[in-house]
Design a protein. Structure first.
Length: 422
């Protein structure tokens, strides 16, 4: 099956300044693709290449198997409509006249507007909530209203592909959601392929079927939103620490910023803290450590454990195991590799059974190697020992080997700052 839109090895430069390099992807008919990336990553330039406003230095774009740059502008306008980032209009057309311009590719020379044209325009304006503006001059309406008029004009073209460059930029929250729900409806019910540049990663997460993440002139990642908009990818591309949390209302996820770029730099050079945790004992602590710039890892955690979920949402490196299976030697080996890299090991107040007591044994090994081990909670752990005394014995040995007891997790931070030399 021929892809609806295919981009092969596309490259573009402004003079000697390369903007896009080796851009390759395919979109099936009915796709809803969102292009994201930091400022200057080439998002708008890519869209202009896809709409034939710009011609690439190399590479090709195919629409239904036909080379895009060989199609006449009028024929291309019957298949592809564009909503540009800038929507300034110099001439005082009425809103109705502006939207009727979208019918021009379908009209013969000197042909007036037909009843069909007027019906299609009215439908486009009603769908974009601009019909009530039809008699107004387009130079007199607000920027947000003008943006919706330009979308209506694009819909009036009856395109197979709709390209939008920051369509929500001038809209308030209500109209952002209205517009994206409209695009979703057009995409799903009219089978129009949508490619939109968005800055808002949460909007991308909520509405896209496929995300292209641009960085340093190339595609850094591409795929379903949950595979592309990860905490790790956002950290590497945007220099931001974020929490990715499920959205139970939409079935998608939310992206919550928690740390600034300078804190990310500190994180790369700062203290590595390994957490032995579980059952939600470290969820708040993980967020605070990441936000304050520490490098964090944890394990061994059962898949699905609340601390495992939090670690995944923060992009924290975690050693995981299948629940109720016991921790395998190979899994402990992977955890030992993380422990070896950490300067500080923090043992949270979790119950110890035969399935996870090996974590405590590995903390003891780290303590004997000279690493700092911090034990959160009371010294007496008999109420949390379900091993018949093995966990108590390991805990006592940790205390004799120099592990430090900290009664509350909040008291960790002054201690860690002292270790980091702050």
């Amino acid at each position: 099956m021929v892809p609806h839109l295919s981009v092969n090895e596309l490259a573009f430069s402004y003079g000697n300044n390369p903007i896009l390099k080796e851009i390759t992807f395919q979109v099936e008919q009915g796709g809803f693709v969102v292009i994201v990336g930091p400022n200057g990553s080439g998002k708008s330039t890519l869209l202009k290449n896809l709409s034939a406003v710009l011609t690439p230095a190399s590479g090709q774009v195919f629409l239904d198997g036909e080379a895009l740059y060989k199609v006449t502008p009028k024929e291309l306008a019957k298949k592809l409509a564009v909503v540009p980032q800038e929507t300034a209009v110099q001439f005082p057309f009425t809103v109705m006249e502006a939207v009727l311009m979208g019918r021009m590719p379908h009209q013969k020379r000197f042909q007036g507007d037909t009843a069909e044209d007027l019906a299609i325009v009215k439908q486009a304006m009603e769908r974009t909530n601009t019909w009530h503006l039809r008699e107004r001059s387009i130079t007199e309406i607000s920027g947000g209203e003008r943006q919706r008029v330009i979308v209506a004009r694009a819909l009036a073209q009856e395109p197979q592909v709709l390209l939008l460059d920051e369509p929500t930029a001038h809209l308030d929250l209500q109209h952002q959601m209205e517009l994206l729900h409209l695009l979703q409806d057009i995409n799903e019910n009219s089978k129009v392929t949508v490619l939109a540049v968005l800055h808002d990663l949460n909007l991308a997460a909520q509405f896209s079927k496929y995300v292209i993440l641009l960085y340093d002139s190339r595609i850094y990642a591409a795929g379903p939103p949950e595979e592309v908009l990860t905490a790790q990818n956002i950290r590497e591309v945007y220099g931001m620490e974020v929490v990715v949390t499920p959205n139970e209302l939409t079935g998608r996820f939310n992206i919550i910023p928690v740390a600034l770029r300078d804190q990310v730099s500190m994180r790369k050079e700062g203290l590595h803290v390994h957490l032995i945790c579980g059952g939600g004992t470290a969820s708040f602590l993980m967020e605070q450590l990441v936000q304050q710039g520490y490098r964090v890892s944890c394990g061994v955690l059962n898949i699905g454990d609340s601390d495992w979920t939090k670690a995944k949402s923060l992009g924290i490196e975690v050693v995981e195991e299948i629940p109720f299976a016991g921790i395998k030697e190979e899994t402990y080996r992977l955890n030992r590799q993380l422990l070896d890299k950490a300067r500080v090991v923090v043992v949270l107040p979790i119950p110890f059974g035969h399935g996870n007591v090996g974590n405590l044994g590995q903390a003891l090994e780290a303590c004997r190697r000279g690493q700092t081990v911090l034990l959160v909670g009371e010294e007496d752990i008999r109420g949390r020992d379900f091993t018949g005394g093995e966990a108590v014995a390991l805990y006592d040995e940790l205390l004799r080997s120099g592990a430090v007891v900290i009664k509350q997790a909040a008291q960790l931070f002054p201690y860690l700052k002292g270790l980091a030399g702050d």
